[in-house]
Write a protein of this length. Structure first.
Length: 366
């Protein structure tokens, strides 16, 4: 099974509601689809979201990285030679983790097809079904409380609440109080500041939440990604577990965080790691250090999130799941892949990632 061509296309999927964080507001998923063709007729699909505020990857950058750098190194390679493919993919261009992830995902899709097995079984096969949280976007306390109630009615037991208002920490606390009052104490509440506070603001705000008895399960990336000393300061001075997200892209980043004790947990996202290949390395590192991981996603459709589900299902070190991207979409243009039933995500035993077709892709002429 040799790679004969790599094609790129645009896909647009509207969201049910605008997605709001401390960094941005988004109304639709606007991603790049990767389609790898082979001499056997097998097709592998991948996906990359242009999340410039986090990864620095724009649509143009993703397309340019694949067309001008990655593609020429992989054409003609045999899928069974996974190690060499991944070495060439990694060395073809520095950074550009989303572009690499999209290609990596398509390669793993083909790898599963080559051996007629679902990818999660090739990676470890720990489980076939996972339970995800759902994200509550930044809005008024009243609207966030109502959104939380609606999620609970659908069966969700864990909510991830967007906070991180550096200009008004009191409002973040008010939001959390309103949500906790609305949903009660049988629901897990995670908070994600998206780098919205500095270290002192984070400690102050989180201590206020502790004092209010809000029972927060964890706080995700409370400080800017580069501020590892600040991240450690927060970790050392609050009882709420701290999850490093934007601070961890590479396996080396993960080692640094763990050696410093800068965070209690690590959030793995394929768009940060450059795909499954490096994500597996972070899983191994985390196991050695005894650190649990979350598997998260950007605003992505079902192609790349299905790949993340396969990884999450394969590894027992991944104990927390934040893979709600497809659930936030108003429609699903992908035939096959993981089955999303609100909070419950189930994998099939179809080879690879189980994709049959993707509708509405506008392929780019190269």
């Amino acid at each position: 099974m040799k790679i004969t061509d790599i094609k790129l296309g645009n896909i647009s999927v509207p969201l049910k509601k605008p997605f709001k964080t401390a960094l941005r507001t988004v109304e639709s998923v606007e991603d790049i689809i990767v389609k790898i063709e082979t001499d056997t007729g097998n097709i592998g699909y991948g996906e990359a979201p242009p999340t410039g505020v986090i990864t620095g990857d724009t649509k143009g950058a993703i397309i340019g990285a694949i067309e001008d750098h990655i593609k020429k190194h992989l054409i003609g390679m045999d899928i069974e030679n996974m190690e060499e493919i991944m070495l060439k993919l990694d060395k073809s261009i520095v950074n550009n983790t989303s572009a690499k992830a999209a290609v990596d995902i398509a390669i793993y899709d083909l790898y599963g097809q080559l051996y007629n097995a679902p990818v999660y079984k090739l990676l470890g096969g720990y489980r076939k079904e996972i339970i995800t949280d759902i994200t509550i976007s930044v809005n008024s306390p009243e609207e966030m409380a109502q959104d939380s109630i609606e999620a609970i009615k659908k069966g969700y037991k864990t909510l991830k609440i967007k906070v991180g208002d550096s200009d008004n920490a009191a409002l973040d606390i008010k939001r959390m109080k309103a949500i906790r009052e609305a949903v009660g104490y049988n629901v897990n509440l995670r908070i994600d500041a998206n780098q919205g506070w500095n270290a002192k603001e984070a400690v102050y705000t989180l201590r206020k939440m502790e004092d209010a008895g809000l029972n927060i399960e964890l706080v995700e990336q409370p400080v800017p990604a580069h501020d590892l000393k600040g991240l450690k300061l927060v970790t050392d001075n609050v009882t709420i577990p701290v999850l490093a997200d934007e601070s961890v892209f590479s396996p080396k980043d993960a080692i640094t965080i763990m050696q410093m004790g800068a965070a209690d947990l690590i959030n793995i996202k394929l768009m940060k790691t450059g795909g499954i290949h490096n994500a597996l390395k972070i899983c191994s590192i985390a196991e050695i250090y005894g650190v649990e991981c979350m598997l998260g996603c950007m605003l992505e459709s079902k192609v790349s999130v299905t790949a993340a589900v396969h990884l999450a299902a394969a590894k027992n070190v991944i104990t927390k799941i934040d893979l709600d991207g497809p659930i936030l979409c108003r429609e699903d243009p992908i035939d096959g892949g993981a089955i999303f039933r609100d909070y419950r995500i189930t994998l099939t035993d179809d080879p690879g990632f189980g994709f049959k077709d993707i509708h509405g892709v506008n392929y780019i002429k190269s």
